[in-house]
Design a protein around this ligand. Structure first.
Ligand code: SAH
Length: 518
């Protein structure tokens, strides 16, 4: 097969409104999206529903080997005839290793094209009101890696750099002190203004300004963390004048979600369709098939591992391939990203328990289980059935949806918060990440024989600025809902906020994805 094309696409600083039109176009048509760490979820949400999204960010401390994996992945997907969009932060050719990827693809004879992006080298200073070549103060700007400062310096001419009007250092946080020392040693004045811009265009954008002589101490004191961009030069001084008023580009919450992306509505829909439309998914989860498919495994080895007839298993795997959960490779079957993340037992984001509960309450897969063990011909005893422990599924769903709910709230000035229901731990974490100062009390009365009494006991102190109820409708009998709501209102402060997070459908029906997130 003729390989499809690989697009190396700059995603800009992460904000969806800062993508190029071409990037949006490619995102919405690409079959496979391979993305890095610094990509916001709203950007990924632009991908077409059936696109496979593969996270290939570098984890801290793992640098080199991953790059080979990326190369191999891009080539493999293109050879399968899939259009690949390799999405990279900023501009692909500015310290993004896009050059190496292009070189590799060229060597492999795979067609590719590079689409520029808004580089943080220019966008981060801009976001802080720094015009890098302001006419009064600078006629040149150099974009420099901060990594070299640590090494024996031979790849950078610090004397030459020290004479350039504006210097922009990427990947600079760890080496700010060394960079400043090297520049001052070459005669740059310690009074030169300097600024560091953390997470430009993200929720936690933060700017620290100082001078070359003091910037390292200030960065340390402010606890600046990567990614951040350092700017040195007189242009920083003009910042006060240029800081605009409120801007249209919204700051997006970044939190940790960029490292642990949650599924898009379309992915949930695929999972939901799989769950309700097919007993197969329940059965596959029950026999831990996805756990066995974390690494590619040929059919002959897989069948005995999960205790199934090879012929029957092959049919099931083909159905899972059609559902877009598993892929068939020359080395055997293996999970697609979506299955690894949401259907295995070990993944922190696993929805396995939730889906098992849903499937168990609506269908029985016993017949399929029998067929799976027996194969088309033989006959073997059935498998022990059994639904997951009560509540585990609801807890798993709530845990995973809590951050999305919290993201939609503004609790800053609300005062103490009472969470009642499923997923308490996840709510506590998600709230603490955004508003560390808020006190959160959590209780799950649905474990208790009398939920109402449990809530009333918890809320005795009253005066909660916000009461969050999760899983109320699915867990209560009809009349209890009214009483629980009234009890929640009673423990709220005047004008307190009441948040209901619920699926609004009986537990035996898996709600559509947008409702799940709504
Ligand atoms: N190709 C990217 C740069 C990759 S190197 C680009 O053109 O933007 C990664 C470095 O970019 C980080 O260490 C940091 O210095 C900078 N960076 C990336 N995103 C940033 C952001 N939102 N705010 C400030 N600096 C950022």
């Amino acid at each position: 097969m003729k390989p499809a094309k690989v697009y190396l696409v700059g995603a800009g600083p992460g904000h969806p409104e800062l993508l190029t039109v071409k990037a949006v176009d490619l995102l919405s048509s690409g079959d496979v999206i391979v993305y890095d760490r610094l990509i916001q979820e709203e950007v990924l949400a632009l991908a077409k529903p059936s696109a496979e999204r593969i996270f290939m960010g570098k984890s801290v401390g793992r640098h080199d080997s991953r790059q080979d994996e990326i190369h191999e992945l891009l080539a493999r997907k293109a050879r399968e005839g899939k259009t690949v969009v390799r999405l990279k932060g900023g501009d692909p050719f500015v310290f993004g290793r896009g050059g190496e990827e292009a070189e590799f693809l060229a060597a492999e004879g795979i067609p590719f094209e590079v689409i520029p992006g808004v580089s943080s080298a220019l966008a981060a200073p801009l976001s802080a009101g720094i015009a890098v070549t302001h006419r009064d103060a600078a006629s040149a700007v150099a974009i420099v890696t901060g990594h070299e400062a640590r090494k024996d310096q031979n790849r950078l001419d610090w004397q030459a750099l020290s004479r350039i009007d504006t210097l922009v250092f990427l990947m600079a946080v760890a080496n700010v002190r060394r960079i400043a020392e090297l520049l001052m040693a070459e005669g740059r004045s310690p009074e030169t203004p300097a600024a560091i811009v953390q997470m430009a265009f993200w929720h936690d954008e933060h700017v620290v300004t100082a001078t070359l002589g003091t910037i390292a101490d200030e960065v340390e004191r402010a606890g600046v963390k990567p990614p951040a961009t350092l700017v040195v030069g007189e242009v920083v001084r003009l910042r006060e004048k240029l800081k605009g008023s409120e801007r249209d580009l919204r700051r997006r919450p970044d939190s940790r979600s960029r490292f642990e992306p949650s599924p898009g509505a379309d992915q949930l829909l695929r999972l939901a369709t799989g769950a309700t439309g097919s007993q197969l998914l329940g059965f596959a989860l029950d026999v831990a098939l996805f756990d066995a498919l974390e690494q590619a495994c040929p059919l002959a080895a897989l069948a005995p591992r999960v205790g199934l007839d090879a012929g029957a298993l092959e049919e099931m795997l083909e159905a899972l391939v059609a559902l877009g959960l598993v892929e068939s490779t020359p080395d055997g079957f293996r999970n697609l990203e979506i299955a690894s993340r949401y259907l295995t037992s070990a993944s922190e984001q696993s929805l396995k328990a939730a889906l098992l509960e849903q499937v168990a309450s609506s269908t029985s897969w016993q017949a399929l289980a029998d067929y799976g063990r027996r194969g088309p011909a033989g006959r073997v005893a059935g498998i022990p059935g059994g639904a997951p422990a009560d509540g585990a599924g609801r807890e798993a769903l709530a845990r995973f949806i809590a951050p999305a709910v919290v993201e939609r709230l503004d609790l800053a000035a609300r005062g103490p918060i009472l969470h009642v229901g499923w997923g308490g731990g996840a709510y506590v974490d998600a709230i603490a990440r955004r508003w560390p100062e808020l006190a959160v009390t959590t209780c799950n009365p649905f474990h208790a024989p009398d939920p109402l009494a449990a809530l009333q006991a918890h809320g005795r102190t009253g005066g909660f600025g916000c009461v969050v109820l999760s899983g109320l409708l699915a867990s209560c009998a009809r009349g209890e809902v009214d009483r629980l709501l009234a009890a929640a209102a009673a423990v709220s402060s005047d004008r307190g906020l009441l948040v209901l997070h619920d699926a609004f459908l009986p537990g035996s029906v898996l709600p559509p994805a947008d409702l799940l997130l709504g």
